[in-house]
Design a protein around this ligand. Structure first.
Ligand code: GDP
Ligand code: IMO
Ligand code: MG
Length: 421
């Protein structure tokens, strides 16, 4: 039995989707346990190119059963669209995708409230995905949530009516239009009928799987530094993102976790507001253009920065990363020199990530070293030895700084563009 958590070591978008798709070949179960459809995981394989928000990225492997744990929040329309998209692409999920009835549901008022808070914050906005994530988790922990299990009785109708009484007051007070109970009720009852065949309590399935020595792959959403507690609060997401979330979000006892794969980019990106110490702010610079990316969920332009070893090291320590999967090494090709942040200083003193809050992280001075780059196209490199010397040195530098071995290296977005060491 193996229980492998795949976690992002930055602010999301490290390439977890690709890593999970690659690693799923050896898994029996691939599970999502946190976050919601704020996630956008890119998978490029023989079936095509996919941006997946809710269904585990390992679903393409034929023998895999996909699980969406109770820790995930779900926008039903997004889920239904995703099931249809996969079925159309020839990936039949029927009978091998199970969703916990404990999972909370995103309702129209969550998305509206998300937008209202963002607008009220003005320049200080979080830059959320506006998918309703903060408000739905707030309702969950303040006992105001609605779960899939509520549809089995009239609990859904009762809870919805009560929630609308309160939410409509807030929405109209802030200049919005009141939502219709009947419209939402009918719409969501319709969703329930479509989702019902996939609902199943996961407790026995997970417990039996552990007893039968099955292999579990746990796919985190978001990244370490968007974690509500350990991230750059308040510029974070609303769920726990570190591996411990798999325990509550899926029902896997912590002692069963055998490995933690930390997915990290060869440089740094972030979407939305908040500190990014190694940020490259000159948007006209060649390196900004070279690192540039478009967000998978919202289509926003991702902010970019140099590799930040303080950040990756902290992620390795915090989540107990046993091995790293380094993505996008190919993107660095062509640069004469690369800047790498080794640590931070504040008032000429060493400052660790955990010692400062978000405000402090805006003030720290990243201390850089410059390392030589390489010109070669890496996309055809099939082994570590085939990489140019300076690329190999770059990988080894990450291993030395973090204490975690780099076991996989991404040299392109496709599943096969992966070097296994
Ligand atoms: P996730 O949210 O962690 O799954 O990451 P995203 O899919 O949001 O963003 C990662 C982006 O990097 C996607 O566009 C991937 O296709 C791409 N990607 C992943 N690994 C590699 C790699 O090794 N090389 C290149 N060039 N692109 C990669
Ligand atoms: P994946 O799983 C990158 C960011 C948003 C915003 C903050 C709060 O693809 O790595 P939210 O909508 O969650 O309330 O927004 O979190 N964010 C992500 N950034 N990748 C993600 O997911 C993200 N999910 C949320 O941009 O800054
Ligand atoms: Mg993403």
């Amino acid at each position: 039995m193996t229980v492998i958590a795949v976690i992002g070591s930055l602010w999301g978008d490290e390439g977890k989707g690709k890593a999970v798709d690659y690693l799923a070949e050896r898994a029996d179960y691939v599970a999502r346990f946190n976050g919601g459809n704020n996630a956008g995981h890119t998978v490029i394989n023989d079936y095509g190119t996919f941006k997946i928000h809710l269904i585990p990225s390992g679903i393409f492997a034929k023998n895999v059963t996909g699980l969406i744990g109770g820790g995930v929040v779900i926008d039903p329309q997004v889920l239904i669209d995703e099931i249809e998209m996969l079925n159309k692409a020839g990936v039949d999920v029927d009978g091998r995708l199970w969703i916990s009835p404990r999972a909370h549901i995103i309702l129209p008022y969550h998305k509206i409230l998300d937008g209202l808070y963002e607008e009220a914050k003005g320049a200080g906005a979080t830059g959320t995905t506006r998918r309703g994530i903060g408000p739905v988790f707030a309702d969950k922990v303040s006992y105001n949530g609605i779960r899939w299990s509520d549809f089995a009785s009239d609990a859904f109708e009762k809870r919805l009516a009560l929630q609308l009484e309160v939410k409509n007051k807030i929405i109209t007070a802030l200049g919005g239009e009141a939502l219709s109970y009947e419209k939402i009720r009918d719409e969501y009852r319709g969703y329930y009928l479509k989702v019902k065949p996939y609902l199943k309590e996961l407790f026995s399935l997970v417990q039996d799987g552990l007893k039968a020595d099955k292999n579990f792959l746990l796919e985190q959403a978001m990244g370490t530094f968007l974690d509500t507690d350990w991230g750059t609060y308040p510029f974070v997401t609303a769920s726990t993102t570190i591996p411990s979330a798999a325990s509550a979000g899926l029902g896997i006892p912590p002692r069963y976790l055998t490995r933690v794969v930390g997915v990290t980019k060869a440089y740094t990106t972030r979407v939305g507001s908040g500190p990014l110490p190694t940020e490259i702010t000159d948007t006209a610079s060649a390196v900004y253009q070279q690192f540039g990316e478009v967000a998978a969920t919202t289509g926003r332009i991702r902010r970019v920065g140099w590799l930040d070893l303080e950040i990756v090291r902290t992620a390795v320590e915090l989540s107990g990363v046993t091995e790293l999967c380094l993505t996008k090494l190919d993107v660095l090709s062509g640069l004469d020199e690369l800047k790498v942040c080794t640590h931070y200083e504040l008032s000429c003193q060493r400052a660790r990530y955990a010692d400062v809050d978000s405000y402090g992280l805006e003030q720290v001075q990243p201390v850089y070293k410059t390392v030589p780059g390489w010109k070669e196209d890496l996309s055809k490199c099939a082994s570590f030895e085939a990489l140019p010397l300076n690329a190999r040195n770059y990988v080894q530098m990450i291993e030395e700084a973090t204490g975690a071995p780099v076991k996989w290296i991404g040299v392109g977005p496709e599943r096969e563009a992966t070097i296994r060491r």
